[in-house]
Design a binder for this molecule. Sequence first.
Ligand SMILES: [Zn+2]
Ligand SMILES: [Zn+2]
Length: 364
Amino acid sequence: MHKRVEQASNRLPVHPSTLFFPSSGSERDNQRWENVASIANSSHIFLRWFLNQPTSASLPKRKAGVGFLFNRSMIMESRMAQRLDFFAGRVAMLATMHRKEQAIAPLLNSHLGVNVAVPAAFDTDTFGTFTGDVKRPSDQLTTARLKAAAVLRQTGESLAVASEGSFGPHPQIPFVACDRELVLLIDRTHQLEIVGECLSTDTNYRSQVIHSSADALAFAESVGFPRHGLVVKGGEAEQILEKGITDADQLLALVEQALSQSPHRAVRLETDMRALYNPTRMTVIAQATEDLVRAIAVSCPSCRCPGFSSIKQFPGLPCSLCGTPTLLTLSRLYRCQRCQFEQRLPGDHGFSAADPSYCPYCNP
Ligand SMILES: [Zn+2]
Ligand SMILES: [Zn+2]
């Protein structure tokens, strides 16, 4: 009925430091991780140790926008040994027609023991397209929920995964393009919804009007063609002439034809952002899946339900020089979806003070 995705053979414990800050992954690292996990069996011991670490100057460099995950991984280290396993051996239906299983399935299988399957005929284009011909019905998270619900309806299964990407200016650096990827897991058996996220500036998201074949080739080269696919738009309304182009001869033939039919000799080229035509995006989807795995691994201190997630953040981390509250996160409120237990934990960096460069008084 549906295609079973090839699985990774061995299951590994989730290792946040390798997921986030790539390390050697050596035998010694793995051993050290196992030691940390056992020592940190009590969350209090681990958090107390973490809060006593030096300030953010010594933090490893992180990709923009994924700061909150660091704290999540730290909490996870203390709790993962205690969580209930809700997912091992189950089948998760993945709502995709763009081969996202390549990025998502190996991670869910190796870390959770979940077997990912893709339904035979599932049309995700009805939930919006990047080329703009079909509008997305709602915001990113709601659209992912709609996809997950549709795939569960279609297959009658109880576990679904859906992913949704969004491209645009970076929220903090408006002149830089970014890719925000969400990967959502819905479990109808346990009434759970858990979200993984990655905001990355590593994207070739671009669109440009060109006036010659030479322009077209220059654009193609600048966005990683032919490993990355292209879209050609032409005519008064810039309708799609072709998408998923990965062949230079086909690209040039389409561009020549469109230029000859355009009164202003103008044709629009765009990067094809569908995952199967965009390996850079596929990598960011994998990073969002890693975040989902981490989110699942944080368990409720009260009932051990997986996916103990932040529902609210509180800014105001004080400046380390003058004590003025900054916009950096002071703490986050976590809530269990099963028993509603709530806990407030230190914010994004887990530190008690902010670097003065974030201070509105010291660095106005
Ligand atoms: Zn709970
Ligand atoms: Zn200050």
